[in-house]
Design a protein around this ligand. Structure first.
Ligand code: SF4
Length: 537
C-alpha cells in the first residue's frame, strides 16, 4: 500500500473550557509550538489552529490527515466537540496531548486514538519513526514499547509506563516552532509564552490534607537530601496537592540563554509584541545548575541563581524591539520564598512595570503547609512588598474550595487578600479547586461554585471588592496598549491589551488599528476585569 505524506493539524484547545476563552483570549501557550517544532525537525510542516478557528464553518479539516489536540482537564467539553467534527470530516487518526492526557480514561472520554502523557516531544519523535510520519498509528506491537502513551487495543485501553524525564541537555536541544505563530489570529497583540524552564522544585507533599494512612510524617520530603525528596515511601505525588507539574515534568531543567534568545528573536521578527518567559517558578531559572547532577527537589535552597537570571534578562532586554519599547518582556510565576531582596532588585532592573504572579492559594499558615506549599503566607506577603518596591506589579493568586478549607482558613484568606492589596498587589485572581490527575488530590471532589458554598463565597466577595477598588484607582491614568480585535458584545469598541500591566481596555474608534501599539487614557470601569479607555491621538 502506498502511504500519503502526513499533513498534521495541531489544535490548541488550552483554556477553552466549554468553547470560549474569556479572560485569557490574549494568551498563546508554549506547548503547541513545541510539538510543531518536533514535526518541523523531521521535515514536516504542521499547521496550528486555535480550537475556535478549527471549529469554524470555513475551516477545512479534510485538508489534514492527522489531528493533534492539546488541552487541559477543564477543556474536555471543547476537545470532545473538536473530535466529533474531526471524525465527520477526516479519516486520519486523532492524538491528544497536554495536561488533559494524564488521565488513564482520556481516550474514552474524548474519543481519541492515542494520548501522549507528560513530556510529549520524544514520544512523538518515536511515533513518527514508527509510521505516524505517514499519517497512520503504528501497530500494537510497536506501540507497546513506546513509553508515555495511552492507546486502545482490540480488548482494552493500554497505559504504557511514563517516559523517564528528559535530561537538561536533551531538553535544550529542542527548538520550538516560531514560523507557526502567525497561525494565531491575535499573535501580534497576544502574550506569547516562551518556555525558559520545565518542571517544579517543590517536592514538599500535601501531608496534612490527605487521609492519615497516606503519610506517616517521616518529613523526608521537607528535610531529606535532594535525591531522597524525590520519592515518598508512601507514594504521595510531589508538590502542592492541587498541582500535577512535578509528577508530569519532574524537577526544573533550564534552557540555555542562547536557545531562549534565538526563539524570542525569531518571534519578534514574525511580529510578536508581548513575550512572557514561562516557568512554573521563574526564580528556579538556573538553580538546577547549582545542584547538578542532583535533582533540584528543594524549593527553598539554594537561593536563586542570580548570575543566570542577570544573563538571561540582560540579553533579552537588549534585543532592539524590547530595548526601544516596541515589544515587552514579562515573566510568569514566582515562588514567594525565593523572592529575596536581591532577586527583587534583579527583576526590577529589567522588568519594571510588568506583572508577575505570586501564588498564595490560602492565607492560613497551617493550611498552606497541609496543601504542600513551599512558601508561607507571610513570605508571600513579603514577596509582594519587595516586588512592588522594585517596580513590578504583583498579581496574587488564591484557590477557593481547597481540601481543608474551613472557617479559620477563610478568615485568614480574606485578611490575606486585603493585606496583599495594602502591600502593593495590582490584582487578585481567584481559582476554584479542581482535582488534577497525577496530583495528590486527584481523588478528591471538585469544589462547588462559590455561589453554592458560603465559605468560598466570602473569599469570592473579598476578591471582587479588592479588584474593583484597584480598577477605580486606574481611572485617569495613561497606559500603553496593543489593539487586538473588535469587541464581540459591542461593535463600537475594540479590545486592547496593555503592553505591560493592566486590565483589558475597551477603546472606541480603533477600526483598522489592529496590531498597533498606542496610548489610552483610562476613562471608566466596565467590570471587575475590564476598563474603558480613550485613544490618545
Ligand atoms: S515523604 Fe511521604 S510519608 Fe514522608 S512526610 Fe512526605 S508525604 Fe509524608
Amino acid at each position: 500500500m502506498r502511504h500519503v505524506p502526513v499533513r498534521p493539524l495541531i489544535v490548541d484547545a488550552l483554556a477553552y473550557g466549554r468553547g470560549k476563552r474569556q479572560a485569557t483570549r490574549d494568551v498563546i501557550g508554549a506547548g503547541p509550538r513545541s510539538i510543531a517544532g518536533v514535526l518541523e525537525s523531521t521535515g514536516i510542516e504542521p499547521r496550528i489552529a486555535p480550537v475556535e478557528a478549527a471549529l469554524g464553518r470555513a475551516f477545512n479539516l479534510s485538508a489534514y490527515n492527522l489531528l493533534m489536540v492539546s488541552g487541559m482537564t477543564s477543556d474536555i467539553p471543547t476537545v470532545r466537540k473538536m473530535m466529533r467534527r474531526w471524525r465527520k470530516e477526516s479519516e486520519g487518526p486523532a492524538l491528544i496531548g497536554g495536561p488533559v492526557a494524564s488521565d488513564a480514561e482520556i481516550l474514552r472520554r474524548v474519543d481519541a486514538d492515542l494520548a501522549v502523557t507528560g513530556e510529549g516531544e520524544l514520544a512523538l519523535l518515536e511515533l513518527l519513526s514508527l509510521g505516524l510520519n505517514e499519517g497512520i498509528i503504528p501497530g500494537e506491537d510497536e506501540l507497546s514499547s513506546v513509553k508515555g502513551i495511552i492507546y486502545g487495543t482490540d480488548a482494552e485501553t493500554q497505559v504504557n509506563p511514563l517516559r523517564p524525564r528528559m535530561g537538561r541537555i536533551e531538553y535544550d536541544e529542542l527548538t520550538p516552532s516560531t514560523r507557526t505563530i502567525s497561525s494565531y489570529p491575535l499573535f501580534r497583540a497576544a502574550r506569547v509564552y516562551v518556555e525558559v524552564l520545565r518542571g517544579c522544585s517543590n517536592y514538599h507533599r500535601a501531608q496534612g490534607a490527605l487521609p492519615e494512612e497516606t503519610c506517616d510524617a517521616c518529613n523526608l520530603c521537607r528535610s531529606g537530601g535532594l535525591e531522597t525528596r524525590y520519592y515518598c515511601p508512601h507514594g504521595v505525588p510531589p508538590g502542592c496537592g492541587y498541582c500535577s507539574v512535578p509528577s508530569l515534568f519532574g524537577p526544573p531543567k533550564s534552557r540555555s540563554v542562547e536557545k531562549i534568545l534565538e526563539e524570542v528573536e525569531r518571534l519578534l521578527l514574525e511580529g510578536v509584541r508581548r513575550v512572557v518567559l514561562s516557568a512554573p517558578g521563574f526564580l528556579d531559572y538556573g538553580r538546577d545548575l547549582l545542584v547538578e547532577p542532583e535533582p533540584l527537589t528543594d524549593p527553598r535552597s539554594p537561593q536563586p541563581n542570580y548570575d543566570a537570571l542577570e544573563r538571561l534578562l540582560s540579553r533579552l532586554s537588549n534585543l532592539a524591539p524590547i530595548a526601544e519599547g516596541e515589544a515587552s518582556l514579562m515573566i510568569e510565576n514566582l515562588k514567594g520564598d525565593l523572592v529575596t531582596e536581591r532577586a527583587a532588585k534583579v527583576l526590577g532592573q529589567y522588568l519594571s512595570g510588568t506583572p508577575v504572579n505570586i501564588g498564595f492559594e490560602t492565607g492560613s499558615d497551617i493550611h498552606s503547609r497541609q496543601i504542600g506549599r513551599s512558601s508561607t503566607p507571610r513570605e508571600n506577603l513579603y514577596a509582594v512588598r519587595r516586588l512592588r518596591k522594585a517596580g513590578l506589579k504583583p498579581y496574587v493568586y488564591f484557590v477557593n474550595g481547597l481540601p481543608g478549607q474551613n472557617e479559620g482558613t477563610v478568615k485568614a484568606t480574606v485578611s490575606a487578600i486585603d493585606d496583599s492589596v495594602a502591600a502593593g498587589a495590582s490584582r487578585i485572581i481567584l481559582y476554584r479547586f479542581q482535582p488534577l490527575p497525577m496530583s495528590a488530590f486527584q481523588d478528591l471532589p471538585r469544589a462547588p461554585p462559590a455561589a453554592r458554598d458560603p465559605l468560598s463565597n466570602r473569599v469570592h466577595d473579598a476578591a471582587v471588592r479588592a479588584n474593583s477598588r484597584l480598577k477605580e484607582k486606574l481611572i485617569g491614568s495613561r497606559i500603553r496598549v496593543v489593539v487586538a480585535e473588535p469587541y464581540s458584545r459591542d461593535r463600537r469598541f475594540h479590545v486592547a491589551y496593555p503592553m505591560l500591566h493592566g486590565p483589558v481596555v475597551l477603546v472606541e474608534q480603533a477600526q483598522g488599528l489592529e496590531g498597533e501599539v498606542l496610548d489610552v487614557d483610562v476613562s471608566g470601569v466596565a467590570s471587575d476585569r475590564v476598563v474603558k479607555g480613550t485613544l490618545v491621538r
